[in-house]
Write a protein that binds this ligand. Sequence first.
Ligand SMILES: NC(=O)c1ccc[n+]([C@@H]2O[C@H](COP(=O)([O-])OP(=O)(O)OC[C@H]3O[C@@H](n4cnc5c(N)ncnc54)[C@H](O)[C@@H]3O)[C@@H](O)[C@H]2O)c1
Length: 344
Amino acid sequence: MKVLITGGAGFIGTNYVYTHMQRRPQDKLLVLDALNYAGKRSNLKKAEVQGLSFVEGRIEDKSLVMSLFKKEKFDLVVNFAAETHVDRSIEDPEIFIRSNVMGTQVLLDAALNHDVKRFHHISTDEVYGDLGFGSHDKFTEESAIKPSSPYSASKAASDMLVMAYYRTFGLPVSISRCSNNYGPYQDPEKLIPLLISRAKEGKSLKLYGSGKNVRDWLFVQDHCDAILSIIEKGQIGEIYNIGGANELENIEIASIILRFFNQSENLITYIEDRKGHDERYAIDFSKLTKETGWQPRVTFEEGMRKTIQWYKLNSYERSHSSGRKRVQTQSSYKSHKQTFTSGL
Ligand SMILES: NC(=O)c1ccc[n+]([C@@H]2O[C@H](COP(=O)([O-])OP(=O)(O)OC[C@H]3O[C@@H](n4cnc5c(N)ncnc54)[C@H](O)[C@@H]3O)[C@@H](O)[C@H]2O)c1
């Protein structure tokens, strides 16, 4: 089977490439990635040695995408490529629309024109908006789509396009909406790697607002296994929630990380809340378990130990201070005046 993995040099994409190669060694994989601040080709070094093909480029580049599909004749597309940082989307939404919405549409057209057998789109629980602090509800696949940030709005728009290509053109699609991931290869401006690097250096851990915002955390390897379960056993035209049954307040995460480094909780400080900050996410993934048997396997304790160990062994510099190449668009990123504090 020939597989296109877009965004495969980013956090989850990289983990997925290694999982797919291990679980389905007979498949031929190609990664298309724009290598923005979060995408690093070096993540894929071992995979390239083992036969992975890599193309640097943007999913919204129609001529590149069309020629790739024509040449490679992909059977399966797994679309991870996206701008993903909520704070960046508040600073400059435009590139989120280009990459996440227009890029997905270009991929869908290419998949349709070249008879792709399955188009699996990676989405997020953030498309559902949030649940209040006092709520005990969980998002199901039937929950209303009510995104709060330009990031989640762009993901919701791409989900709707994917479902429209199924309904209108019969493109064989599926979508997964996952809760927050943590694990190796995540860009250091996201919450958990940022808190790890601050705790390691004995610096303050800055949390938005009261630090009480709740997220459901899933180890990235479990997410990758869930995606493969959906591709192999899930139904075409269906949406599947993926979650960790592991709701934690940001302040609890900070405390756990400080304990790993034997640091005092006095290092936790609070800053002005993010605009439109979602209060709580909680996800009902019983449909996925019922249809495919998938369940999260890695406990938070074990996942955090593996994650911290990985960041100890791999120095991942923070992108906006490292002078790495940035994607140039008509309105390229504004300078990062704010400190990315608890980006999820
Ligand atoms: N990180 C999470 O907790 C989480 C949770 C649920 C869903 N998701 C979804 O999973 C996917 C991957 O997220 P991630 O955390 O790995 O993000 P990431 O930012 O680490 O990686 C995104 C990758 O996409 C690439 N990319 C961005 N725009 C592109 C474009 N226009 N063309 C080609 N490549 C492009 C980047 O270079 C990068 O390698 C996203 O679709 C995201 O919405 C993430």
